[in-house]
Design a protein around this ligand. Structure first.
Ligand SMILES: Nc1ncnc2c1ncn2[C@@H]1O[C@H](COP(=O)(O)OP(=O)(O)OP(=O)(O)O)[C@@H](O)[C@H]1O
Ligand SMILES: Cc1ncsc1CCO
Length: 305
């Protein structure tokens, strides 16, 4: 099916079904993440007590794990929630916030990626290079300018993302001035957005939350058969589930494309009505909420790599 048409279907599905999205995330952008999930039509629940997260994940339609401002408690809760989501075939997005800033976070991300199955892994380009065990230049939670996707390195970055997607059996989303979305055999560049998006904190986290909102739109049947396809494209697949699993595998990428394009277009529109970061932040949430089907289709700038 045509990419744009399928994305519109997914947006409508979320508005109609209002799925519950469980988020274990940092306190800096937690409020913004909850609001962008609401703006898509989905319902957020931010919950992180280790004694309740399994119960909450079990009744949710997607799980978002965000490593920003990590604590012992959230690390424990993330492990428990991830295992529950994998048992129940609930799709999970891992946002690699700050894996460039400490060994602790890198080791924790590696252990989650080893233990669990993900629908999408996301980070700024430096964070993606870090989990691919390649040199990176990010400091703190920011991507390094040297790592940014450019005309010269975009095909190499595409190969890195595809290879990571293949190894992990998930879609990979790398954000920055240009965003990159990849599955094992396909990569797209997105050139929507505005520099003002890097002038407020948490826009990357919000892209993760938007992506999480759209994960439940991947059809249930395909979803069940595709989680657990780590390694090679078909290693864990048998018989008829193969074709369905492969299409679901690509649909995880559509959730990521929806997340990042929505943020990009909303950012472009929000700058027109704002005077600085304060009014920009308010306008951004309104634009995410108001983004029409027609405008999404007309303004999306997605290119195959
Ligand atoms: N200079 C820019 N021009 C256009 N779009 C941008 C620019 N900088 C960021 N964006 C957009 O902002 C969103 C967030 O990306 P970014 O890479 O800044 O995330 P991040 O570093 O993880 O953010 P945070 O840590 O604040 O949550 C993406 O949709 C991206 O396209
Ligand atoms: C500023 C900041 N520090 C840790 S997480 C976060 C929010 C954006 O990632």
């Amino acid at each position: 099916m045509q990419l744009m048409k399928r994305m519109q279907e997914m947006r409508n599905y979320i508005r109609e079904t209002q799925p519950l999205i469980h988020c274990i995330t940092n306190p800096i952008s937690i409020h913004d993440c909850a609001n962008v999930i609401l703006a898509t039509g989905a319902r957020p629940i931010m919950a992180e007590h280790p004694k309740e997260v399994e119960e909450i994940t079990a009744v949710s339609s997607a799980l978002m794990l965000n490593l920003g401002n990590i604590t012992d408690v959230r690390m424990e809760s993330m492990r428990l929630a991830l295992a529950q989501a994998n048992r129940d075939k609930i799709p999970v997005i891992l946002d690699l916030v700050g894996v460039t800033c400490s060994h602790l976070r890198r080791r924790f991300a590696e252990s989650l990626l080893e233990e669990g199955q993900f629908a999408v892994i996301k980070g700024n380009i430096s964070e993606i290079l870090a989990v691919a065990s390649l040199p990176f230049h990010g400091t703190g939670i920011d991507a390094g300018a040297e790592d940014a996707i450019s005309g010269e390195n975009q095909s190499q970055r595409g190969e890195v993302a595809k290879s990571l997607a293949k190894t992990l059996g998930c879609a990979v989303l790398a954000t920055g001035k240009k965003d990159l979305v990849a599955v094992s055999d396909q990569a797209f560049l997105v050139s929507n957005g505005d520099p003002a998006l890097s002038g407020i904190t948490g826009t990357g986290c919000m892209v993760g939350a938007l992506t999480a909102s759209y994960l439940p739109a991947v059809s249930t049947q395909s979803l069940r058969s595709s989680i657990g396809t780590k390694g090679t494209d078909s290693e864990y697949l048998v018989g008829d589930s193969c074709a369905e699993a492969e299409s679901a595998f690509s649909e995880w990428a559509l959730s990521a494309l929806l997340g990042v394009v929505t943020m990009g277009i909303a950012g472009e529109k929000a700058t027109k009505d704002s005077r600085g970061p304060g009014s920009f932040q308010t306008a951004l949430l309104d634009e995410i909420f108001c983004l029409s089907e027609e405008e999404f289709a007309r303004k999306a700038r997605i290119y195959p790599l």
